[in-house]
Design a protein around this ligand. Structure first.
Ligand code: SF4
Length: 234
């Protein structure tokens, strides 16, 4: 697995332009058959289970960004990552909430669509709350997003607030509505929840089923885990 950082040699053997040389932290990294993107370390939640509280990264790669990458740096990182071989998809994920930088998500998604690469957004579902002037699900669909994975993590607002600790009040309903709108936009939508002892996984699965979304349980990684993977609670 190879992560693509901005701290790289000025000239890459591929001939691709290499961007900034002053940053640590992976912008693109491989996990399984996916290239993941790490475009921000900011988030509108402070989840009890967030990996950021006890590790610097996943798949053995640091995701601590000194600077947030610009669109050309992200697309450059994707191209470099694909030099290591094909991948089934590119997923916005990383150590933060991608829709904090919606403009970058939309631009890179459009770039991926033009390059015929499947795209997925892993999100806390706060996109509408973070970007109140934008119909985010419609914009994502228009850009060509193929799939979205929404971290709901609870079957009721009180549990959601206790576990995810969002900066917004009444965020639970907004996350559910965000996922519903993604389904309406015909984006392949999956609700996820961590395997947390306080989470009613059956209840989250029922919410997903009612809106026509898929459902997936994510592992709950704890400090001391041999190897943390994105999706293990972040
Ligand atoms: S787990 Fe994800 S949504 Fe929760 S605080 Fe961490 S980055 Fe944000």
């Amino acid at each position: 697995m190879t992560a693509v950082r901005r701290r790289v040699a000025p000239t890459h053997p591929s001939g691709l332009e290499v961007m900034s040389t002053s940053q640590s932290g992976a912008v693109a990294y491989r996990g399984g058959n996916t290239v993941y993107l790490n475009i921000t370390n900011r988030c509108s939640s402070a989840c009890e289970f967030c990996l950021r509280a006890w590790t610097d990264g996943v798949y053995g790669e640091s995701l601590r960004l000194d600077q947030e990458p610009r669109v050309p740096e992200v697309t450059n990182a994707i191209e470099l990552a694909f030099l290591d071989g094909p991948a089934a998809e590119v997923a916005f994920c990383g150590f933060g909430e991608p829709t904090m930088r919606l403009d970058v998500v939309l631009a890179v998604t459009e770039w991926l669509r033009l390059h015929r690469v499947a795209s997925r957004l892993d999100t806390n579902g706060h996109g509408r709350l973070l970007n109140p002037d934008c119909d985010v699900p419609a914009a994502l669909a228009a850009a060509g997003l193929g799939a979205v994975s929404v971290s709901l993590n609870a079957a009721d607002p009180a549990t959601y607030d206790a576990i995810c600790r969002p900066v917004f009040s009444e965020a639970f309903r907004a996350v559910v509505r965000f996922a519903e709108e993604c389904v309406e936009q015909e984006i392949n939508t999956t609700l996820t929840a961590v395997a947390h002892p306080d989470v009613d996984l059956g209840g989250v699965a029922a919410i997903a089923s009612a809106m026509g979304a898929g459902f997936r349980v994510r592992g709950l990684a704890r400090p001391g885990a041999v190897r943390a993977q994105k999706g293990d609670g972040a």
